[in-house]
Ligand binder design. Structure first.
Ligand SMILES: [Zn+2]
Length: 196
C-alpha cells in the first residue's frame, strides 16, 4: 500500500514536470495555443485584413474565429487562403489568427486622390496619387501643346514621377496632386480658358 502511494506520487511529480516544461517552452515562444495545440480552438480571436501597396492595413473583420475554421490547423487554413491568391496566414498572441490579403488596388484614402497628367496629347485626370498612371478617369479637352512651356514640362514630369528628384516630386505634389475631386476641380478652373 505504501509503495503504491509512493509510485503514485512519483507519477504525479513526473507529470507536473512535463506540464511545466511544456508551458515554459510555449510561453518562451510566445505562441501558446499553436505550440501546444496545432488547431484553432473555438473562441480564438481572428483578424482579417487587406494590405495595400502604400503599407496601410484595412481591417475587414475582428472577432472570434468563425465556426468553419474551428479545429483546423494553420496549414489547412493556408490551403483555403492560398498564397498564390495573395493571402498570408499567421498567428500571434495579441490578435489570434491573422488572415491578410495583399491587394494591388489603392487604399480607400489614396483611391480618392486625383492627379493631372497627359493622355493622347490632352490633359487627363488620373485616379490615385502621382506615380499611379494606371487609370485615366476622364480627359479634359485641352491640348497640352497649348499650355505654357513650364506647365507642359510639369505634366511630362508627372507622367515620369518615379524618376524625378525628391525636390521635383514635392513640387509636383503641390501643383498636380489633389487629395480629393473638389480640390482638383478648383485647379481645373484655372485651365478652363484653354479648353477647345
Ligand atoms: Zn494608401
Amino acid at each position: 500500500m505504501r509503495i503504491r502511494k509512493i509510485r503514485l506520487a512519483g507519477v504525479l511529480v513526473a507529470l507536473s514536470v512535463v506540464l511545466l516544461a511544456a508551458g515554459a517552452y510555449s510561453v518562451s515562444n510566445g505562441t501558446l495555443p499553436f505550440k501546444l495545440y496545432s488547431e484553432v480552438a473555438a473562441g480564438t480571436g481572428m483578424v482579417e485584413r487587406v494590405a495595400y501597396p502604400c503599407g496601410v492595413f484595412e481591417t475587414i473583420y475582428m472577432g472570434p474565429v468563425p465556426s468553419e475554421l474551428e479545429g483546423l490547423d494553420l496549414q489547412t487554413i493556408g490551403e483555403r487562403y492560398r498564397a498564390e491568391e495573395g493571402w498570408a496566414v499567421s498567428y500571434d498572441v495579441a490578435s489570434g489568427l491573422v488572415l491578410t490579403r495583399n491587394s494591388d488596388e489603392l487604399c480607400p484614402k489614396h483611391a480618392a486622390y486625383r492627379h493631372l497628367g497627359i493622355h493622347d496629347g490632352l490633359v487627363a485626370v488620373f485616379e490615385g496619387p502621382l506615380g499611379h498612371n494606371e487609370k485615366v478617369l476622364w480627359i479634359e479637352q485641352i491640348r497640352v501643346k497649348n499650355l505654357g512651356h513650364a506647365y507642359l514640362q510639369r505634366l511630362e514630369q508627372a507622367m515620369e514621377f518615379e524618376s524625378q528628384s525628391a525636390e521635383i516630386q514635392a513640387e509636383l505634389r503641390t501643383e498636380l496632386e489633389f487629395p480629393n475631386e473638389d480640390a482638383l476641380h478648383a485647379a481645373l478652373e484655372n485651365l478652363d480658358e484653354l479648353k477647345e
